[in-house]
Design a protein around this ligand. Sequence first.
Ligand code: PLP
Length: 395
Amino acid sequence: MKPNMHYADLKDSYLFYHIAQKTKAYLDGHPGAHLYRMGIGDVSLPLCDAVIRALHEAVDDQADPGRFHGYMPECGAPFLRKAIADQYRSRGVMLEDDEVFVSSGASDELGDILDLFDRSATALIMEPAYPAYVDANVMAGRKIVHLPSGKENGFLPGPDDGSRADILYICSPNNPTGAVFGRDQLKRWVDFANENGSVILFDAAYEAFIEDPSLPHSIYEIEGADSCAIEICSLSKTAGFTGTRLGYTVIRKALVRNGMSLNDMWVRNRTTKTNGVSYIIQKGGAAVFTEEGRRQIMENIRFYKENAKILMEALDRIGLWYCGGKNAPYIWLKCPDGMGSWDFFDLLLHEIQVVGTPGEGFGKCGEGYFRFSTFGNREDTAEAARRLEKLLGHC
Ligand code: PLP
């Protein structure tokens, strides 16, 4: 048996594994030390009341012969597909319910969705990028076109001659930079995809963090996107489902390539490769889309935004360049004095016990940058901000 040899092309260590190794080594040498963890983007607040109540009710349903649910429809429970489509419709995006597919999270979908594309399809990845985009394509043996971005274009690259590829990844709000594409900038990508027959994979995992009303939450707010884009969303950060696992994917019926409907293909894929997401979790998820649920998740998001504000004010006083934080839960900063990302990581870990994420882990052009997550608890975030200011003073 010959295994998939493309796995040998993967970079040997995943970013967060490397960080875990370094922090473990520090703790082994400093037993009992407290670390201020601003690295991995996991949430710290519990699920909101409306979700918890719905989960409990759904558990009780499963104990009642009259209300029990076995296998769920592979593409999602009709009540949840409708609730999600209703939210889009309330924003003027006229989706049909069966253009929404319920998933167990964006990571799963970002990997699985590649089944829709021919093996020879090339993938364009705008960097710095969420590392799973690259790895999923390396595993599939796909040619990757790296499109670097930087301070000069606000980490929001546009299409140009170097951008030709079959699959175009766009993550907005972006992990790690927190940059968000404006309507005109997205329109250029949509036009480019339609002209070239490419498909955009639009990762909207952080759309709920957008507060600037001029910025689009969904690529389908852009004219022409119906025929060139797939949108992948998650309740992980929107509603604290990182451990509960729920997401959704939108594929419009207008998305057709070589006479094949990608919506039909995805129905076929899901009905073959999954048996749906559990009834209990989908019931919990549907509560996010009620008025009460929406209000409660926005309170949690406001809490994380306050963390972002504390950190941004400290960075302002220090005088370090950064972006993000306002419409996204990540702050992306330039390391001081031309330091490398991993040197800055070591400095913060050893001098002030603050753990962030080195920008280099998100692609070569991330070297010299650093990411803070704002999902931590308030005390640790405030203390990390104080320690940063004390260590770095005024740059
Ligand atoms: N997409 C981006 C940009 C992310 O940052 C993450 C998680 O951090 C995901 C997708 C994965 O989300 P999920 O928890 O739904 O798998």
